[in-house]
Design a protein around this ligand. Sequence first.
Ligand code: GNR
Ligand code: NI
Length: 178
Amino acid sequence: MARLPILEYPDPRLRTRAEPVAQVTDELRQLVRDMFETMYAAPGIGLAATQVNVHKRLLVADVSEDHDQPVCLINPEIVEREGTTTYEEGCLSVPGFTDSVERSAWIKVESLDQNGDPQIVEAEGLLAICIQHEMDHLEGKLFVDYLSELKRSRLKKKILKQRKLNPTAPEPASAPLS
Ligand code: GNR
Ligand code: NI
């Protein structure tokens, strides 16, 4: 088991569109276990492979208090959605920042499970929000992309200021604040 490093905004690798998983191998199952460990340790309610610099279409989530409702979706596709809901979202890749985002209130998702078998998940509430947030990561999209220009420019300023105050933090190789 291993905890994996999580990429942080504005790292350009978070903008990568993930590729479909061709085959659910033992190696992929190990990645899934490491992603659960990383998510629970963070702590977070979801984690997309993109965030640990693996650009494959898989995500893990667990919105339960007792960490006893793990969900793993491989090659997820939303096939039905209904209603809208707004929630104050955060992201492990944008630490220290939250804002409200509108999502579908109910979704039906087709995917593969950890055994490579097809599964259909219907979700509402926080799980529905979390799955949509994670699926955005697989498209290279972050919740801050839904913010107004004004809010995002304030966020950029805040991050630049943090970097100045903490010069030991690693500088992203090439990270234009988008
Ligand atoms: O831990 C997380 N909490 C959260 C809260 C509201 C909406 C979405 C999330 S997902 C986030 C973990 C994360 O960044 N997953 O990509
Ligand atoms: Ni996130």
